[in-house]
Write a protein that binds this ligand. Structure first.
Ligand code: ATP
Length: 278
C-alpha cells in the first residue's frame, strides 16, 4: 500500500500576468524517489518554493503527512520537509560541523540565533546535537573534515554538506534542487548513491535535475512540468518514451497531444525573467 507523504492539490502560482505553475496535482509517497523535470523556465523551482513555504501559492494546498502546511519555511522544515537550493547556501566562514549544527536548530530548543551566536543555551544542547551531526557527517563521508571551513571544501563536498545540513533537521521528505549541477560524472555518480542511501533510511526524496541520466537511473517516478503544467508522470520508461516530453525539450509545439495538456499561453513569451525563484 502506498502512503502519501506530500500531497500538492491544484497548486497554481501567478506572478502578475504570468502563470508559472498551473493547477498541479502532485504526490510523493513514503519510500519513493520522485523526479521533477522540465525545460528551463518550466516552473520547477517555483513549484518547489510553493511546497516549502517560500511562496504562498495563488491557489491550491500542500499537505505533509495529511496536514495542510502553513506557508512559512521554518514551519515547513519543522513539519518534516528539508530542502537544498540550486545555489550553494552554506555559511562559508563556519566549519563543516557548525554548518550541520545550524541545520539542527528546528530540532533543538535553542533557536537559530542562539545557534549562530553560540550562546549558553546552545552550548548545553550542543553535545547531543554534535553527536547527531557527526553521525550525519560520517554518513555523507565528511567526518574527517569536521573542522574545515566550508568555503575551503571542493565544490562536490560543499554540495554534500548542504545535504547533510538539510538532513540535520530530521526530515521525512528531502527536496533537492539540481543537486548535481556543476558536478563531474564521478561526483554525480556518488550523489546518486547518496540519494539511494537517504531513501534507504526511510526518507522520501523529490529531486529537480537537468541531468536526465541521473534522473532516469534514480527515480521510481518522474513528473514532467512544461510551461507550468504537469505534462506527463510515470516511471522512467514511460516518461522517456513519451513523444510529448521529447517535443517539449526540443521546443516543438505539442501537436497531437491529448486535450488535457494545452499550452500555457501566458507563460510562452516570458521565460527569461527569472526573478528570485532560486
Ligand atoms: N519571483 C518571480 N517573479 C516573477 N516571475 C518569476 C519569479 N520566479 C519565477 N518566475 C518566472 O516563472 C517561470 C518559471 O520559473 P522557474 O524558475 O520556476 O522555472 P524552472 O523550471 O525552475 O527553470 P530552470 O530549470 O531554468 O531553473 C519563469 O518564466 C520565471 O521567469
Amino acid at each position: 500500500m502506498t502512503t502519501p507523504v506530500l500531497e500538492a492539490r491544484d497548486v497554481t502560482m501567478r506572478f502578475g500576468g504570468l502563470t508559472a505553475v498551473r493547477s498541479v496535482d502532485f504526490t510523493v509517497n513514503a519510500g519513493e524517489i520522485v523526479g521533477l523535470i522540465g525545460p528551463n523556465g518550466a516552473g520547477k523551482t517555483t513549484f518547489f518554493n510553493c511546497l516549502t513555504g517560500l511562496y504562498v501559492p495563488t491557489e491550491g494546498t500542500v499537505s505533509y503527512q495529511g496536514t495542510v502546511l502553513p506557508p512559512k519555511p521554518h514551519l515547513v522544515t519543522k513539519a518534516g520537509i528539508a530542502r537544498t537550493f540550486q545555489n550553494i547556501r552554506l555559511f562559508a566562514n563556519m566549519t563543516v560541523l557548525e554548518n550541520v549544527l545550524v541545520g539542527r536548530h528546528t530540532r533543538t530548543k535553542e533557536g537559530l540565533w542562539s545557534a549562530l551566536l553560540r550562546g549558553p543555551g546552545f552550548k548545553k544542547a550542543e553535545k547531543a546535537s554534535e553527536e547527531r551531526a557527526m553521525e550525519l557527517l560520517e554518513f555523507i563521508g565528511l567526518a574527517h573534515k569536521r573542522d574545515h571551513l566550508s568555503r575551503n571544501l571542493p565544490y562536490g563536498e560543499q554540495r554534500k554538506l548542504e545535504i547533510a545540513r538539510a538532513l540535520a533537521s530530521e526530515p521525512g521528505l528531502l527536496l533537492l534542487d539540481e543537486p548535481t549541477a556543476g558536478m563531474n560524472p564521478q561526483e554525480t555518480r556518488a550523489t546518486e548513491e547518496l540519494v539511494f542511501a537517504i531513501r534507504d533510511k526511510g526518507i522520501a526524496v523529490l529531486v529537480i535535475e537537468h541531468d536526465m541520466r541521473f534522473i532516469f537511473n534514480l527515480c521510481d517516478r518522474v513528473a514532467v512540468l512544461v510551461q507550468g503544467e504537469k505534462l506527463v508522470e510515470g516511471t522512467s520508461d514511460v516518461v522517456q518514451a513519451d513523444e510529448r516530453v521529447v517535443a517539449a525539450y526540443l521546443g516543438e509545439p505539442f501537436e497531437g497531444t491529448t486535450e488535457d495538456t494545452p499550452p500555457a499561453t501566458e507563460a510562452e513569451s516570458t521565460t527569461s525573467t527569472k526573478g528570485e525563484a532560486q
